[in-house]
Ligand binder design. Structure first.
Ligand SMILES: [Zn+2]
Length: 261
């Protein structure tokens, strides 16, 4: 299955500029520094799958002129990945029969249903309908909306997150470390989009730094590494100058072709 992976957002939990119009080290005159919260879209000729529905979900979907997704995958339940999930109800208002298969690991679904229970069950008075239908992801091969994907668990300090390989492209948001299964799954991928929010700080307990990513990639062997989840300390042009040759910062709206079998 061929398609496009679109970076809907590559910002950290606060986005850039963060609230208070805080740009940090980011140059406000560089459009690629404008970053919404982390999310991607997987678009094939007739299907659309969204990975994470953060606080900027509405803005991201409208910016990329995307319609209702066929399915949603949630990597983990930190607010910057789930707090826009209510926007799915607006798609349902445009088509009352519509529900959204919502995929995640068992604990993610449990936590999501505790956080947004009203999205998973109709209200007692019948006014609100069920919007999200939970589907548990098993590690390894899954096929979602005809797109074959390899799922793996990632270590993120406070909770595990879901990593996804779609053929020649992989998405590893919110990761500090990878176990053997994750490394094996990623081996040989061509393009790896990975959380680099640790930047130069190896002691960041929840996000990998550039050095750690480079060490992991010695084994994985991705030809192109795109950083995501970038906080205001990470300026686009500064990174372009200082990153290893095959590394680059992602930017909102970047589209990458994938081919998955
Ligand atoms: Zn997180």
């Amino acid at each position: 299955m061929d398609g496009k992976l679109i970076i809907l957002g590559c910002g950290g939990s606060a986005g850039v500029p963060a609230i208070g119009n805080w740009w940090g080290a980011c140059d406000p005159n560089e459009p690629k520094n404008i970053r919404t919260r982390p999310s991607i879209a997987l678009k094939t000729k007739d299907k659309l799958v969204i990975v994470d529905t953060g606080p900027d979900f509405r803005e991201q979907m409208n910016r990329e002129k995307l319609g209702a997704p066929d399915a949603v995958i949630i990597t983990h339940t930190h607010f910057d990945h789930v707090n826009g999930i209510d926007e799915l109800r607006t798609f349902q208002r445009q088509d009352k029969e519509r529900t959204f298969p919502t995929y995640g690991m068992a604990d993610t679904l449990k936590s999501l249903q505790a956080h947004a229970h009203y999205m998973f069950q109709p209200s007692e008075n019948g006014f609100y309908r069920t919007v999200c239908v939970p589907h548990e992801i098993k590690l390894g091969k899954n096929v979602i909306e005809n797109i074959p994907m390899q799922m793996f668990e990632q270590e993120h300090g406070t909770m595990p997150t879901l990593g996804i390989r779609i053929g020649n492209v992989a998405y590893s948001t919110d990761v500090k470390r990878l176990d053997g299964f994750a490394m094996e799954t990623l081996e040989g991928v061509v393009t790896w989009i990975v959380d680099g929010a640790g930047y130069h700080n190896r002691s960041n307990p929840v996000h990998a730094c550039i050095e750690e990513i480079a060490e992991m990639n010695e084994k994985i062997g991705a030809k192109q590494v795109f950083l995501t989840h970038m906080p205001p300390i990470m300026d686009y042009k500064t990174m372009v100058k200082e990153l290893p040759d095959n590394f680059a910062p992602a930017y909102d709206g970047l589209a990458i072709d994938f081919a998955a079998a």
